[in-house]
Design a binder for this molecule. Structure first.
Ligand SMILES: Nc1ncnc2c1ncn2[C@@H]1O[C@H](COP(=O)(O)OP(=O)(O)OP(=O)(O)O)[C@@H](O)[C@H]1O
Ligand SMILES: [Mg+2]
Length: 251
């Protein structure tokens, strides 16, 4: 069975989507079958990869189509299920169910069987703690938390730790904090070095090498390219390769 990895931080702009795209694409380049799922109504995943689709995750959650109808091929070995603003409507419908237990399980239910087809299923979370995010947390087993290396980034990590504590009290729930990825890191900036040091102090082996700040990562999405396509020799490509290798080493 494949690994189900969520990329989550309730603070916005910490490089969640950038990490989903370049971790997913990097694993796919090494021959692993990968499915990336966009749980964010901002819908950036399909845009970043330049993918057109007919049915989004919202159609799947509302039971209008089956999972296979939503899956779109983005690259060799890399499939996605796109998110978009219709997820807001889906979320409203989930609330109307009036059964929060059922709503939380909806993603796991709709995705049933898919992790037999993929080595990795990677879920891109939105930066808010919504019922959709909760359904994502019930589906995934491991969390990767990208933290931009500034003070507000640390607040994001504290929120995630709080969420994980709550989840550990739900019987039968099995998600755990897998990796913390320091992102948008500039070694020249003292605060960035301090935040990196703090993360390493508190989370030791869970903290990966930082992803350095790179204008190439900023530019790649507007060209609908992964970092390996847009700038394969950049520091950012090296950094994401290193993350990919770490994830592969772990299974
Ligand atoms: N290492 C980096 N260096 C420079 N810019 C980066 C880096 N990583 C991400 N970015 C840029 O930072 C911005 C935010 O990244 P991204 O959209 O991946 O964050 P996010 O956590 O998914 O945001 P949201 O919370 O809105 O979903 C984007 O413009 C992205 O291109
Ligand atoms: Mg995002």
């Amino acid at each position: 069975m494949g690994r189900r990895i969520g990329v989550l931080n309730y603070k916005g702009g910490t490089a969640k989507t950038t990490t989903v795209v370049n971790l997913g694409a990097g694993l796919a380049l090494r021959g692993a079958r990968v499915l990336c799922v966009d749980l964010d109504p901002q819908g950036s995943l399909a845009t970043c990869l330049g993918v057109r689709y007919t049915y989004s995750l919202a159609h799947l959650l509302l039971g209008q189509v089956d999972a296979r109808s939503c899956i779109v091929r983005a690259r060799e070995n890399l499939d996605i299920i796109a998110g978009d603003s219709s997820l807001l409507h889906a979320e409203g419908e989930l609330w109307r169910l009036g059964d929060s237990g059922l709503a939380r399980q909806i993603l796991a239910q709709r995705m049933q069987g898919l992790d037999n087809l993929y080595r990795y299923v990677i879920v891109d979370f939105s930066p808010s703690a919504s019922i959709l995010s909760e359904s994502g947390l019930h589906y995934v087993r491991e969390l990767i938390v990208p933290v931009s290396t500034n003070y507000l980034g640390l607040i994001g990590v504290r929120q995630v730790i709080g969420t994980l504590r709550n989840l550990s009290q739900v019987p039968g729930h099995r998600v755990h904090l897998y990796l913390i990825v320091p992102t948008i890191y500039s070694r020249q900036v003292r605060q960035d070095r301090e935040v990196l040091g703090l993360l390493q102090h508190h989370f030791a082996g869970r903290v990966t090498h930082p992803i350095r700040a790179s204008v190439k990562l900023l530019e790649a999405p507007s060209h609908h390219k992964t970092i390996y396509e847009y700038s394969p020799r950049s520091s950012a490509a090296d950094d994401y390769h290193r993350l990919v290798e770490r994830v592969m080493r772990d299974g």
